[in-house]
Design a protein around this ligand. Structure first.
Ligand SMILES: [Mg+2]
Length: 258
């Protein structure tokens, strides 16, 4: 009886000690290789800047249409680098969540993808417009805009419009003519029905309420390109378009390939 009591007592102490130990020492998680590559490698810096420089030269040399024209660009991992968000989540042993992502967007502290500011500057110098078609939530458009302006992207109401994702975009995917969840917004730009653009600023809105010719598309996800998905893309055909009317950037951290 006495022996049994002593064993029970020792086990109780052990359990108590182990529990307290776990509470005091936070678990540490590794940062993924993809995040490390994006944050620290020379390769990421060189590849993205090289791709943007090539595209910037293409824009400089391109014969633009007489009618108003626009370059359609994604935002995340295209203009803005969010790898700090992924690093923080990795260290917590957690992945993406819409709540933590919204908090990150509201911080407005993403950094520019190398070469992207120079590319946007060249498009605007050439007389083009920029439409930012992003799957950040539409309610967060002002945060995204503030982040871009603070980094020195030369965007203004007269030369750029940001179109975050709405419920209508989600609902449109898979309906007639809408192959991916950005096709509706591209269609609105092309048909002069992007009424959302600067709707409280009549002079600026006028620019976007007329059909615009999308002459170039930029993104890090195959769905950033008109009518394209992982399943339907013809990679050889797509390759032929690089620097002619598309620019595809690397993203090893996340994408529609997952
Ligand atoms: Mg992206």
């Amino acid at each position: 009886m006495t022996k049994s009591f002593i064993i029970t007592l020792i086990c109780s102490f052990c359990l108590l000690f182990c529990t307290q130990s776990n509470q005091q020492v936070p678990l540490e998680y590794e940062v993924s290789s993809a995040v490390k590559w994006t944050m620290t490698s020379a390769e990421y810096q060189i590849i993205t800047e090289h791709l943007y420089r090539t595209a910037t030269r293409s824009i400089a040399a391109i014969e633009v249409p007489k009618e108003p024209w626009v370059v359609a660009m994604d935002v995340d991992e295209t203009l803005l680098n969010n790898v700090e968000y992924n690093r923080r989540r990795d260290l917590l042993g957690l992945g993406y969540s819409s709540e933590s992502w919204a908090d990150w967007v509201k911080e407005e502290s993403a950094t520019p993808v190398p070469g992207s500011i120079e590319f946007v500057t060249k498009v605007l110098e050439k007389g083009g417009l920029i439409v930012l078609i992003t799957n950040r939530e539409r309610e967060l458009d002002s945060n995204t805009w503030n982040n871009l302006v603070a980094l020195g992207f030369p965007v203004s109401r007269n030369n750029a419009c940001i179109m975050g994702r709405s419920q209508a975009d989600r609902n449109s995917e898979g309906t007639q003519g809408m192959i991916n969840d950005k096709d509706l917004r591209r269609n609105q730009i092309a048909t002069g029905t992007a009424n959302y653009c600067w709707k409280n600023y009549p002079e600026a809105q006028e620019i976007w309420n007329k059909p615009l010719s999308i002459i170039f598309e930029v993104g890090d996800n195959i769905k950033d390109f008109s009518q394209t998905t992982q399943d339907n893309v013809d990679t050889k055909d797509f390759m032929e378009r690089i620097s002619t009317d598309v620019l595809l950037l690397p993203n090893a951290v996340y994408g529609s390939w997952e």
